[in-house]
Design a protein around this ligand. Structure first.
Ligand code: OGA
Ligand code: NI
Length: 377
């Protein structure tokens, strides 16, 4: 075990090492308060019998068809989450991306430790989000890296092993970022503000940020006491998740209950992040989600975050603000915004809620954007 060093408040413990130690119990640091444990949240019987797997499934085979924009828009308004099928990224590339990252997490610990991250940028091999001493931790390790903009792309921070990891991850990121561009268009059309408007509000396609977080959730001897990733909404623009092809775990908050996602093979799970909620004045919603772990199987997921240019103030688009629906959020840059999750760790939707404009002006519409998870924390 290495020292606290590198900006972390405590020595970093790899969840994979805890898991592989064969201990029958998990350390107290990982035990969640009762109200947050997976079993505490009952799944309504209806949740998985509506659309397939609970969240909507959207076919992207005709991306510029108005019906596609309508389906994307509907899902972003009502759920904040959907599964994208026929998305145009080859299934063979999805398999390779999963393969290289499984290969990385199977490297000996001393190889992985060379890439140990720090809270300054979070790039590299990590085991916690947030720097609060004594925080209850999540049962997961991860690898975080920046792909774009070019000045943040640093190949030295990418694993050298397995040998085809870099090339595969670059190809994967390129393809998925292109998909995000198509989704941005559909989302924008679905808002009625014109094809390129949302991308412009992001600071243009060239300014957009692309980061990848590969999540590795080792087997857990007491999965009922902990979570692989605590409830959070994604701070950025949108997220495209390649879920594990064998093991379920992702849950989405829906009307106070947790809906387990049943991934369609080779689909992506797309969700709205806080910045799109802000830009759209909460027309599209970022929704809380969390990850359960289990005793029988490890789980791997690859999340690609598509973010606005990080140094421009983001506020609701004027077209989506009216006397009936005043601007709900104060402007803030994404650089400033993401410091919160980086310091405090995943905390439901408390951050986007904290951006709310003066409550007197928003009282009329507040009820529509009542935070789904504020009382969690
Ligand atoms: C994330 C995330 C879900 C998963 O990385 O932000 O929500 O299934 N991941 O790993
Ligand atoms: Ni997330």
């Amino acid at each position: 075990m290495e020292g606290a060093g590198a900006g972390w408040p405590e020595p970093v413990v790899r969840v994979q090492s805890l898991s592989e130690s064969g201990a029958a119990t998990i350390p107290d640091r990982y035990v969640k308060p009762e109200s947050e444990r997976p079993k505490a949240a009952l799944e309504p019987a209806a949740a998985t019998t509506t659309e397939e797997g609970g969240i909507p499934v959207v076919d992207l085979s005709s991306p510029s068809d108005p019906a596609t924009a309508r389906a994307v828009s509907e899902a972003c308004r009502n759920w904040g989450f959907f599964q994208a099928v026929n998305h145009g990224v080859p299934a063979e590339l999805l398999r390779r991306a999963r393969g290289v990252w499984r290969g990385f997490f199977r490297q000996p610990m001393e190889v992985k430790q060379r890439y140990a991250n720090s809270p300054a940028t979070y790039e590299g091999y990590g085991s916690r989000l947030g720097v609060e001493k004594g925080a209850v931790l999540d049962w997961g390790d991860y690898y975080f890296l920046h792909v774009r903009p070019p000045h943040l792309f640093d190949p030295h921070k990418w694993p050298h092993l397995p040998p085809d990891l870099r090339e595969t991850t670059e190809e994967y990121s390129r393809e998925v970022a292109a998909l995000c561009g198509r989704l941005m268009t559909a989302m924008s059309v679905g808002l009625g503000v014109g094809e390129t408007r949302l991308q412009e509000a992001f600071g243009g396609a060239d300014g957009a940020g692309v980061c990848v977080r590969v999540n590795y959730y080792p087997r857990c001897p007491q999965p009922e006491l902990t979570l692989g990733l605590s409830s959070h909404s994604d701070p950025g623009g949108m997220t495209v998740l390649l879920a594990d092809d064998r093991v379920r775990g992702l849950q989405v908050r829906r009307r106070g209950a947790w809906v387990t996602v049943h991934p369609v093979p080779d689909a992506f799970i797309v969700n709205v992040g806080d910045q799109i909620q802000v830009l759209t004045n909460a027309t599209y919603r970022s929704v809380e989600h969390r990850v359960m772990v289990n005793a029988a199987d490890e789980r791997l997921s690859v999340a690609l975050f598509y973010n606005p240019k990080s140094d421009i103030p983001l506020a609701p688009m004027p077209e989506l603000v009216s006397p009936d629906r005043p601007a709900l959020y104060e402007p803030m840059t994404f650089d400033e915004y993401r410091m919160y999750i980086r310091r405090k760790g995943p905390r439901g939707k408390s951050q986007v809620d904290s951006l709310k404009a003066d409550s007197a002006t928003t009282a009329a519409v507040d009820v529509n954007v009542a935070p789904v998870g504020r009382k969690c924390y």
